[in-house]
Design a binder for this molecule. Sequence first.
Ligand SMILES: [Zn+2]
Length: 328
Amino acid sequence: MKQTATSPHPVTQRTLRESITYVGVGLHSGQKVSLSIRPAPANNGVVFIRKDIEPGKNMIPARWYTVTDTSLSTTLGNEYGVNISTVEHLLAALHGCGVDNAIIEVDGPEIPIMDGSSAPFVNMIEKVGTHDQDTTRHAIWIQSPIEVQHGDRYALLLPSKSPRITVSIDFPNTAIGFQTYSVELVNEAFRHDVARARTFGFSEQIEQLKTLGLARGGSLRNAVLVDGARIVNEEGLRYSNEFVRHKILDCLGDLSLAGVPIYGHYYANKPGHELNTALLRKLFETRSAWSYIPVEEYNRLMGIEEPNITSQEINMVQEASDSVSARG
Ligand SMILES: [Zn+2]
């Protein structure tokens, strides 16, 4: 077997070894929420359960078709009008840790904001550990481009030799400015390069949000606050380009709503929750653009375990990534 820089992608489904419980505060409601993340059987996926709502009406699967609102965070809901909001940082952590199956119980309408990043969730998952289940894991393997565009915002899924995410953001005349960043989603990349990036807000928005009864739980402990060219937080930034890394984190949380990992290159300019939801809708409408593939087969085709990729496949991947570079 050839040694490669990339570990093979996990070929079986994964859940948590034990349950995690935590009490925190919701960013917008300011409400205390008790959160439990529990192991779940294979093929369960990630499902939210609102413990404060009567059984039978309180389950919300974490899937693209349950998205009900994308204005401030990603909100999911069911046919009984029961919602759960600010799910994206927790979903990104589960996805980044390779957890396919989990039951998330909450006794309120919002997931705790923690420190505004995915790192506390990642730390809790790593503390209890994960359990590899005896069931084949599948992925969505992108074979031709999928694109959505809203004005100057766009997002694409492209064929790629390895799962990758590239995002650009532009906030002129602020401490953020233009930032672009690309991560190959292999090995420990999520934990090292993305998980610690915090959400951010602008001074002028804060008063407006609070007037609307939002951001009640917001503080410098759970967000980076930008005031024009200045960063208000005394501790400064965790990464010099923390803002674009956080946007990548949000996008990974949203993309996990596909239900299985997407093996392709997600490439976006100024993405947001709405654009990502539209991209997933388009993906599932364009069934000819991808294959539903066992990850074991994907590893083999990509030469990650046994190098038998054809030069034609390498060219196809190269052409797709060249067309992206030309665009960016
Ligand atoms: Zn976020």
